[in-house]
Write a protein that binds this ligand. Structure first.
Ligand code: TYF
Ligand code: FE
Length: 386
């Protein structure tokens, strides 16, 4: 049994017992992208990913330096923000990193306390607590730096009844493509530099009170060509999960190194979103133009019944149909999971999305790593970055 799966054997209660409760997190509040053209990005995520228009701020609402579009799908909220002039830090961020995730907002009961507790434990400040108010109430926010230039924002909204937050108006539009069944954010993965994974594991432990609940070393995550290491950090209730990847030496360039080169630093590599009908969700997204990584080979699908063993009786999906869409299947002690990965959603090979359906499994698809990384390498090959 691999080191990574050991913690799963301990069972539900034990995994998170080392987690601290000084930072209770209710959920992911929103993820904010800094982009070159927020109007077009919002259109893409509505059209291709099935998000719904929610809120807006920009010139029309009296904001002079930026425009932000808030879009929603079930519990997932994305904010697409762009600069309106050349001396904006938003523009600087886009110039350096391309489009990418700037802010991961965590929904908390008390933003001031979350800020104090994490700063006390060594967090670097991005924004001191600020309360914004309108006729619908008050939102309090405070932010700390995580890896690279990525920010974790504590968002307190218990005294707010309006759309999104003060400063935004409801985004009214006649263009409302249907949702594709995306429900909530399952995990968000960060890529960090050489020898930095354990630095960030310690940061999550010390500053955030998280625990390391799964680990994958470079022996497990390796193909003929490249390797990486990964550790999953989780909060006390296990609902917030931040895996951290570090490149490892291989014969050729690790996909993590490719990311670090093109993002010009550390940052969010992928956002995994959950669905409860992956076949429908992925078929829908494909028909709307989302590009997914290429399908694993026939041998991968031939091995599925063996891999699922005990879970085969519970397995409801049609393997042929999963194969047609390129969806991968993995199992652990507790159940199975179905997952698939998009190609990068920008021109730089940086951020991508994962669509995941958990059928009891709490792992990350370790059994799929080889097939997945080979598929990523086929893309690296085309880009000349392998
Ligand atoms: O989040 C995870 O761990 C899985 C697998 O570069 C994975 O989705 C790990 C590393 C990576 C891509 C996917
Ligand atoms: Fe993932």
């Amino acid at each position: 049994m691999s080191e990574g799966l050991k913690s799963v054997e301990y069972g539900l209660d034990k995994i998170f017992e080392g987690a601290q409760d000084f930072l209770p997190i209710l959920g992911t509040d929103y993820v904010e992208f800094y982009v070159g053209n927020a109007k077009q990005a919002a259109h893409y995520y509505k059209t291709a990913f099935g998000f719904q228009s929610d809120a807006y701020c920009g010139l029309e609402t009296g904001v002079r330096d930026r425009a932000s579009y808030v879009i929603k799908q079930d519990k997932i909220r994305l904010v697409l923000t762009t600069a309106l002039n050349s001396d904006s830090p938003i523009g600087e961020h886009v110039k350096k990193h391309g489009d990418g995730v700037k802010v991961v907002a965590l929904w908390v009961e008390d933003a001031r306390l979350s800020y104090e507790e994490t700063i006390k434990r060594g967090a670097k400040s991005f924004m001191e607590p600020v309360a914004t108010k309108d006729e619908h109430g008050e939102v309090v926010q405070a932010g700390i730096y995580a890896y690279g230039e990525t920010v974790f924002m504590f968002t307190e909204r218990k005294n707010y009844k309006g759309v999104f937050m003060p400063g935004y108006v409801k985004w009214e539009t006649d263009y409302n493509p249907a949702p594709v069944g995306l429900k909530f954010i399952d995990h968000m993965v960060g890529n960090v530099g050489w020898d930095q994974m354990n630095v960030w594991v310690k940061w999550f432990e010390d500053v955030m009170g998280f625990v390391n609940f799964l680990s994958f070393d470079d022996k497990q995550i390796t193909t003929e060509y490249s390797a990486l290491m990964s550790k999953v950090m989780a909060n006390g209730n296990g609902r917030i999960k931040f895996p951290i990847n570090e490149p490892a030496e291989g014969k050729k360039k690790s996909q993590i190194e490719e990311y670090l080169d093109f993002y010009e630093g550390e940052g969010v590599q992928h956002i995994a979103v959950a669905t409860d009908d992956i076949i429908k969700t992925v078929a829908d997204m494909k028909s709307r133009g989302v590009e997914f990584l290429s399908t694993p080979p026939q041998a991968y699908y031939d091995a599925i019944p063996d891999r699922l063993k005990d879970h085969m009786s519970k397995f409801k999906e049609d393997i042929k149909e999963l194969q047609k869409l390129g969806i991968m299947i993995d199992a652990d002690e507790e159940g199975y999971l179905l997952q698939i990965f998009t190609k990068p959603v920008e021109d730089r090979p940086t951020l991508f999305f994962e669509i995941i359906q958990r059928m009891g499994a709490r792992g990350f698809g370790a059994g799929n790593f080889k097939a997945l990384f080979e598929s990523i390498e086929r893309e690296q090959e085309k880009r000349g970055t392998l």
